[in-house]
Write a protein that binds this ligand. Structure first.
Ligand code: PMP
Length: 353
């Protein structure tokens, strides 16, 4: 730490991203990326846009926003595109949380919520999940704090029903309820359809998972127009050109090819089913994940041992040290071939144990 680092950040513990090895020697099942390449239309449009990189990108992201809004059946004024959905989460913490509007989120959830709260000096509460790793919606009824819930939750993969989300939104009319739907396309129901009823609801999604564009950094938020305007105030006060023109163009190409993305999601669902079945046979227990990852614990081998043994065999999964979940590993669903390699490696590890 330099002597110049502001004392307000001295105790900040930054978010730790999953390992991103630069070579392809690993089967990479650790950061919930899609195993499939982006749509060819996205690649083509990004390459065309690269010819114009001497110009700034469109700060309003107009074309992409209009196409996306049309697909979501909302007004374009209700959508804000961001540099990954991490950015819209950051905007929401900055725009709506302060001493009088503290944040609340589950104790086991996306690690960035806590980092954003600490970065912006926002008081926050972490509500424990139930012992089966589900969220108890009653914990959030009338809580009078700004609520951040990943739905489906990560790293558990378990979703709340839309009716539970509706109860939470309805009982906290003076607070923001942000539903982070990074993994919604793999089997959950989006809360976007509740937006016309609740002006305190924000739904965020990403192109990183179901749309195979993690490296492009593209996400978005949908909410009522006033909320989007507030977040735009933050955007124009931090980084007006938050999305680069290649990513914008890739996003348009990607949306022109939604069938490709949907087919990939269906394939991942099938592969998830296969993996769950095989892992049960090997003595694992898993949460009921409806995402592109599973959260698995072995009956007698520790989470760290599984993680290390897999890494030694060239397979990367994600292990979290947090006490409550240290027996588990989060495993991204890759291609059938990758998951067969995972199952074979696990069989070998267990046989040798
Ligand atoms: N929300 C959740 C629950 C996530 O797991 C992630 C990915 N790490 C994100 C948001 C952010 O993803 P991105 O910034 O790539 O859109």
């Amino acid at each position: 730490m330099s002597k110049f680092f502001s004392k307000k950040h001295k105790s900040l513990v930054p978010y730790v991203p999953g390992e991103q090895p630069k070579n392809s020697e690993y089967i990479k099942l650790n950061t919930n990326e899609s195993p499939y390449p982006p749509s060819k239309k996205a690649i083509k449009r990004a390459a065309e846009a690269a010819k114009w990189l001497q110009l700034y990108s469109d700060p309003e992201c107009s074309l992409l926003t209009s196409i996306l809004a049309r697909g979501l059946k909302v007004a374009k004024e209700q959508v804000l595109m961001t540099n990954g959905s991490d950015e819209i989460l950051n905007f929401a913490f900055m725009a709506f949380c302060d001493d009088e509007h503290p944040a609340v989120f589950p104790d086991i959830s996306y690690g960035f919520y806590k980092v954003f709260a600490e970065l912006h000096n926002i008081p926050y509460t972490e509500i424990p999940l139930k012992s089966d790793f589900t969220i108890n919606p009653d914990d959030y009824i009338g809580i009078n704090k700004n609520i951040f819930i990943a739905n489906p939750n990560a790293p558990t993969g378990i979703a709340l029903s839309l009716s539970d989300i509706e109860k939470i939104a309805a009982s906290n009319p003076d607070n923001i309820v942000l539903i982070d739907e990074a993994y919604v396309d793999f089997g959950a129901e989006s809360a976007i359809k509740l937006l016309h009823k609740y002006n305190n609801l924000i739904v965020t999604q990403t192109f990183s998972k179901s749309r195979s564009m993690a490296g492009a950094r593209l996400g978005f938020g949908v909410a009522c127009e006033d909320i989007i305007n507030d977040m735009n105030t933050i955007k124009y006060s931090t980084n007006p050109y938050n999305i680069n023109s290649m990513t914008m163009a890739a996003g348009v190409g990607c949306l022109e090819d939604e069938k490709y993305n949907e087919d990939n999601c269906r394939e991942i669902q099938k592969t998830r089913k296969y993996t769950v079945k095989e892992l049960y046979k090997l003595g694992f227990t898993m949460t009921d994940s409806i995402t592109n990852f599973i959260f698995a614990k072995h009956e007698y081998i520790s989470g760290t041992e599984i993680y290390t043994a897999l890494k030694n065999r060239g397979i990367l999964v994600r292990h979290f040290d947090k006490e409550k979940i240290k027996d588990y590993n989060r495993i991204t669903i890759g291609t059938k071939k990758q998951m067969t390699a995972l199952v074979d490696a696990l069989r070998e590890i267990i046989a040798q144990y």
